[in-house]
Write a protein that binds this ligand. Structure first.
Ligand code: ADP
Length: 462
């Protein structure tokens, strides 16, 4: 007899988790493991040998040279480290191997537990056409455009664009990281844009498959956090606004998204949960939407923990990472949908080691560090005085999160917290973050995804 939909075979029990990541998220996962009474194995590259989170781990193993391709992306080395230390599960964090279906499969084959969704769900969501198809069938609203690959026939391409209506966006089915996309405003540009994107897709993602959809001109970025266990339970934890982006990178995030009513987003959240059931999703995930003129349009699902998960933890009261690990252990969700509330307002600022004007990464030793503290203030970080910021990885060095009763109180609290933060020895984007928090448009909660780029151009004419 087959198992009912959404219920899976039990996972192998584990008491030790290997954390296949670095930096703030490695420290964050380690904290959640400890709260669950689990031992940890931390891995590192040569550049991260002195990371403090290594001290608290049962094992701290250097698995390769500083470039990520030779360490944090080396699947064989990570699996070997798990075998040598007796780790029963692997947490991929975000970035690196977190959305590689082949990694989840290899972990499964090795008889270990991947703390994340099944490899099949990662593969479906990694193919944007397959993802769109799955969303449409679950009733999740998508951007207008076909859920099939763009044909080669020029006449059919013309017809698709005409039916959608210009401007359109051509996207690589296997694209990611904001690459492999091209906006087309007029019919004369269409075929050249398709040819260029196809070639780019072939070279960058190993697949020339493309699709076309409507290009939305002033959307906000709103996302929905979901959590699903192995017992067929799936819930959504409200929404976040991540419209403040520079070069498709989120800079400031908040929960809930300002001005979005429960009535408006409720059916979308329910549809996300339904989609999770249909694709046999497990663990934590995020549905990303563009929101324009009162409507939501699905763009992609991230099948992993997000950088910005803390704002949802602050408003829902749920420890998302702890829940994620407990789910991998086979535990049922600790809360049902009816128990999920949204208390107050939370904002997160990403503190990066970079020049606040040019945004060029800044490496070096932090000689003085003063981080704010107090009620409603949280810092997720791995840095300390004397820490050497490496040039090899992402420039995120800390996340500052505040929680207050209202959005305006959270803005005031964040302004004060930023002003109280001192990091010397390297450059950081603290002045840039403070300027955003002082901005009237941000204060009104009316920013779309182009707001920050536009603001930078007009604030500092070239
Ligand atoms: P990636 O996987 O590369 O991050 P996404 O599909 O999430 O690709 O798109 C990245 C960004 O591109 C979005 O956050 C948004 O800013 C922009 N974008 C994508 N699709 C559209 C669209 N249909 N209309 C307008 N902007 C879009």
């Amino acid at each position: 007899m087959s198992a009912p939909v959404g219920i899976e075979k039990a996972s192998a029990p584990f008491d030790t988790v290997l954390i296949a990541n670095r930096g703030e998220i490695a420290a964050r996962i380690q904290k959640a493991c400890r709260a669950l009474g689990l031992k940890t194995v931390m891995i590192c590259s040569e550049a991260d040998r002195l990371a403090k989170y290594g001290d608290a781990a049962e094992h701290f193993l250097c698995i390769g040279p500083s470039p990520a391709a030779k360490s944090y992306l080396n699947q064989d080395a990570i699996l070997l480290a798990a075998r040598l230390t007796g780790a029963g599960a692997i947490h991929p964090g975000y970035g690196f191997l977190s959305e590689k279906a082949s990694f989840a499969e290899a972990i499964d084959r090795a008889g270990l537990v991947f703390i994340g969704p099944p490899a099949s769900a990662i593969a479906t969501m990694g193919d944007k056409i397959a993802a769109k198809r799955a969303m449409i069938s679950a009733g999740v609203p998508c951007v207008p455009g076909p859920d099939t690959a763009l044909p080669d026939d020029r006449g059919l391409i013309d017809r698709t664009a005409r039916e959608i209506g210009y401007p359109v966006i051509i996207k690589a089915a296997g694209g990611g990281g904001g690459r492999g996309m091209r906006v087309v405003s007029e019919p004369q540009q269409l075929h050249e844009a398709v040819a260029l994107t196809r070639e780019e897709a072939r070279q960058a993602f190993g697949s020339a498959e493309l699709y076309m959809e409507k290009f939305l001109q002033h959307p906000r970025h709103i996302e929905i956090q979901v959590v699903c266990d192995r017992h067929g339970n799936a819930i959504w934890l409200g929404h976040r606004d991540c419209s403040m982006q520079r070069r498709h990178q989120k800079v400031v995030e908040e929960a809930p998204a300002p001005g979005i009513t429960a009535k408006l987003i409720g059916p979308v959240g329910q549809a996300c949960v339904e989609a999770c059931r249909q694709i046999g999703y497990r663990g934590v995930g995020t549905f990303e939407f563009l929101y324009e003129d009162g409507r939501f349009y699905f763009i992609e699902m991230n099948t992993r923990l997000q950088v910005e998960h803390p704002v949802t933890e602050m408003t829902s009261g749920l420890d998302i990472v702890r829940e994620q690990i407990a789910i991998a252990q086979g535990m049922p969700l600790t809360l049902g949908q009816a128990e999920i509330g949204c208390e107050g307002h939370a904002i997160e600022c990403r503190i990066n080691a970079e020049d606040p004007e040019t945004f060029l990464p800044s490496a070096g030793v932090i000689d003085e560090l003063n981080l704010p503290e107090g009620p409603g203030i949280r810092i997720d970080t791995h840095i300390h005085a004397g820490y050497r910021v490496s040039p090899y990885y992402d420039s995120l060095i800390a996340k500052l999160i505040v929680h207050a009763e209202t959005r305006s109180a959270a803005i005031v609290k964040m302004r004060d917290a930023l002003a109280a933060t001192r990091i010397s020895g390297i450059s950081t984007n603290l002045p840039f973050l403070s300027a955003i928090l002082d901005d009237d448009g941000f204060g009104r909660g009316e920013t779309d995804i182009h707001y920050l780029e536009h603001w930078l151009k007009t604030r500092r004419p070239a």
